[in-house]
Ligand binder design. Structure first.
Ligand SMILES: Cc1cc2nc3c(=O)[nH]c(=O)nc-3n(C[C@H](O)[C@H](O)[C@H](O)COP(=O)(O)OP(=O)(O)OC[C@H]3O[C@@H](n4cnc5c(N)ncnc54)[C@H](O)[C@@H]3O)c2cc1C
Length: 397
């Protein structure tokens, strides 16, 4: 019995990626009327490898999507460190569902598409629109949009990702951005005969990394990652890529091929890794899910799993609490320990991942080799396990 939510209740969800589509799915499944607003003019394809781990696997199963996602697997079989000639120097542990190469590896665009196609009847999805204003009264929240719509809702769910503008407006002063000092550039490049089904990870001096990962679309997903406190996302694409090229001068291995590929690719995503930390994820009738609430960055991993899980936990909490405030408090209480444990990076992990000197590189290879030994297998398993919890998911009432 909800004492401040109308029947049928109405939710506006802003953002149609992993978190927003999961929230839309589960809210609709629990009887809500749902309107999704997405700023992009159409479905946003693109993006690189994400994975579903830990409790996210259970949410996917409850959605009936486990086999669908498994079928869309990137085809990656394992993960190895390579030297400048492409020779394998160490293998990352990939045993079990949550190894370095997870059982459920999927491209972000394929994952979002699977969620969109699986939305229950009755979810309204509006592209090319965005929230321009909100006003709350005792009975509801009024949401105004750029296209001129005015929506009365019981709940506004913000799923706008790490740079959510609506979150910044409505939670002013509560958003802490913690930069990890790492830039990552993701892009799709042509596959060549020398590529295989392993994730190949090359590191060289200056903390510069090059990653090549196979996909199920006949192309290669490449990542350049290096330590630097510089937000390339605010630059135009040509300027950002020119700076990355300068940074990778003389890096060796496949760096030149990746940079040329990025110049020609339409699918380049630049990220200055920044965790979002907030003391609360709800205020009145507004709540945050996914990266907008707690971006963990690819360094922590598990962002897609947490985004997926948050949609379920939100709907479950709303289904079993009498009023919005206690439902959103319960949602937050369930998600918070999971997010905290994912955001808490082991000390020195950024440096270990980006060794700057030849000695550092040699030490890192040694550490990875040791982690592959049976003796240290439990430690390795802990490092790759994210979004894991012993707590059962809250039930859908
Ligand atoms: C196109 C794209 C490519 C990506 N590529 C990678 C990648 O290569 N590697 C990686 O690790 N992560 C990538 N990510 C991020 C990854 O999807 C998230 O870290 C994770 O899956 C959590 O998802 P989310 O739904 O919380 O946020 P996101 O996936 O970031 O989705 C946010 C959604 O909200 C929409 N949006 C933003 N602002 C507004 C607004 N004001 N009004 C309405 N809609 C808005 C965005 O267009 C987007 O669809 C990418 C995200 C996108 C959108």
């Amino acid at each position: 019995m909800r004492n401040d939510i109308r029947d049928p209740p109405h939710a506006v969800v802003s953002g149609a990626s992993i978190a927003g589509l999961s929230a839309a799915y589960w809210l609709r499944r629990t009887g809500w009327q749902v309107t999704v607003i997405e700023r992009a003019p159409g479905f946003r394809d693109g993006g690189q490898n994400v994975d579903v781990r830990g409790v996210g696997r259970e949410v996917l199963t409850r959605m009936g999507l486990f086999d669908v996602v498994k079928g869309l697997n990137t085809t990656e079989t394992s993960a190895v460190l390579v030297d400048g000639r492409g020779r394998v120097t160490a293998e990352l542990p990939s045993d079990g569902p949550d190894g370095a190469t997870a059982e459920l590896e999927i491209l972000r665009g394929d994952f979002a598409r699977a969620l969109l196609d699986h939305l229950p009847e009755g979810v309204e999805t509006r592209y090319g629109d965005t929230i321009t204003g909100t006003a709350e009264d005792e009975d509801a929240i009024t949401v105004s949009t750029y296209s001129g719509r005015v929506l009365r809702a019981d709940l506004l769910v913000l799923a706008e990702g790490v740079r959510s503008a609506t979150r910044d407006r409505l939670f002013d002063g509560l958003v802490e951005r913690r930069a990890l000092g790492v830039n990552m550039v993701f892009g799709t490049i042509p596959r060549t005969a020398g590529d295989d089904d392993r994730w190949r990870w090359y590191s060289t001096v200056g903390g510069r990394q090059v990653h090549l990962r196979p996909d199920n679309h006949g192309t290669i997903r490449a990542i350049l990652s290096y330590p630097r406190d510089e937000d390339l996302a605010s630059l135009d694409r040509a300027e950002a890529l020119a700076r990355v090229r300068a940074r990778y001068a003389g890096a060796g291995w496949e760096a030149g091929r990746v940079l040329d590929g990025f110049d020609a690719s339409e699918d380049v995503y630049v990220d200055h890794l920044t965790q979002i930390r907030m003391p609360t994820w709800h205020r009145g009738r507004v709540c945050l899910v996914g990266d907008a609430a707690w971006c963990v960055t690819p360094m922590g991993g598990g962002g897609a799993s947490l985004a997926l899980t948050s949609g379920y936990v939100l709907a479950a909490s709303l289904s079993s609490h009498a009023d919005t405030e206690s439902a959103l408090t319960a949602y937050e209480a369930w998600m918070r320990p999971l997010v905290d444990s994912t955001q808490r990076l082991p000390p020195g992990v950024v440096r270990l991942a980006h060794p700057r000197t030849r000695l550092g590189l040699a030490l890192r290879t040694l550490v990875v080799r040791s982690l592959s030994s049976p003796l240290l297998a439990p430690v390795a398993a802990r490092l790759t396990q994210v979004a894991g919890t012993d707590r059962p998911l809250p039930p859908l009432a």
